[in-house]
Structure formats: C-alpha cells, structure tokens
Design a protein around this ligand. Structure first.
Ligand code: SF4
Length: 204
C-alpha cells in the first residue's frame, strides 16, 4: 500500500466520503475547577454519564468503526474515574486525545498518563503574563501550574497541543506566546479562523 493511503488524512477522507463515523468527541462532565471568563458552560454541575454507560458507548462506537476519540469537559480530570476510562479506551484500540486545562495534573498523574500512550493532550494558555492569564481563568496561580505541567508532560514524552482564545487583552502577548511554543517544541494549533479574526481586529 502506498504511503499516502496509510495516512490518517487519507483514511479520514475515505471514510467521510462513505459517511462512516471515524472521529467522536465525548463530553464526560461539565464540572470544572476553573471559572474562565469566556466559558460557554452555564453551570459547572453535571458529573456526566456513569463509567458503565461511557464504556458501553465506547463498545458501540468501536463496533461501528470509530477510531479517533477525544474526551473533553468541563475539566475531565475532575472525574475520579477518568484514568480508568482512558485506559479502557486505549485497550479497545482508540486513538485518544484529551482536552484539559491541565491544572489538576501533577507528576504522578502525568507518569500514569505516559503509560496510556495517548495521542496528545490539548490545553489552553491565554497569556504568558500571569495577571492576564489568571484573571481570565479566574484562579490565581493557574499559569504557573500550567507551565509546570506542560514542561512535565513534554519531559515524559506526551504530545502537548497549546491553544489560545483570541481576546483583545491577549493580542499584545501573542508574539511571546508563539516563541514559547516554538521553544517547547509543542504542537501549535493554529486555526485559520484565528488568523482571520486577528486580521479583522487589526483593521478596527
Ligand atoms: S477550563 Fe474549560 S470548562 Fe473549565 S471554566 Fe475554563 S473554559 Fe470552562
């Protein structure tokens, strides 16, 4: 088989053309330890489906050929059973991506995560200026914890995707942010939309 036909992009397109479900994102809870200014979740009070219901869902998804699986919240690490859910998903052969604010992780949980061979963990940094970042996230010390955990995740060989949300108050630090991402050899999630919005804001 040629290289192109083995690529994830080729397989995704092939299945999309045949209307086969390949990629699924599951919101496992809406509870969260942060209160970000821009958060779209009105009440952080839903603990999500039970462990058994999620595992049952995973079996059904696997049966119909789903391969790419993302877990998001709320904050997924507010769930005590999230490691068991990820483990089960990996045992079932899913390619697992995690969306998290990563503030609840520590070295032990990162070590545990390393053993699960996930695809990547995706987090958000709003600004490298602590006062801006922490004000947006609503908790003092958030940036410090996030940077510390990004460094640990990278040190333990886990792919990290760092995103940001475009707000006027963070535009001035985007350049510094880009340099940081380059330095940390992380994957930058650069949305076309973000660029378009930046251009639009620059024209105001
Ligand atoms: S970390 Fe995510 S879920 Fe939690 S408050 Fe911020 S935006 Fe909302």
């Amino acid at each position: 088989m040629c290289k192109e036909k083995m690529s994830l992009a080729y397989i995704t397109n092939y299945l999309a053309e045949r209307e086969k479900l390949f990629e699924v994102r599951i919101e496992v809870n809406s509870t969260c330890n942060l209160r970000c200014e821009h958060c779209y979740i009105p009440n952080h009070d839903n603990i999500g489906l039970s462990y058994d219901k999620i595992i049952n869902l995973l079996y059904q998804l696997r049966k119909i050929g789903v391969y790419d699986l993302s877990f998001t919240g709320g904050e997924i690490f507010c769930r005590k059973d999230i490691f068991s859910i990820i483990k089960k998903a990996r045992q079932m052969g899913f390619n697992v991506t995690l969306f998290s604010n990563i503030t609840l992780l520590d070295e032990n949980s990162i070590k545990e995560l390393r053993e699960l061979f996930i695809n990547k963990i995706s987090c958000t940094v709003f600004s490298l200026d602590e006062s801006i970042n922490d004000q947006i996230m609503g908790i003092e010390g958030s940036l410090k914890k996030i940077i510390q955990n990004i460094e640990l995740l990278i040190a333990y060989g886990i792919n990290v995707e760092i995103k940001t949300v475009l707000m006027k108050k963070i535009l001035i630090v985007i350049k510094i942010y880009r340099n940081f991402v380059k330095k940390e050899k992380s994957i930058i999630y650069c949305q076309q939309l973000l660029r378009k919005r930046m251009m639009a804001i620059n024209q105001i």
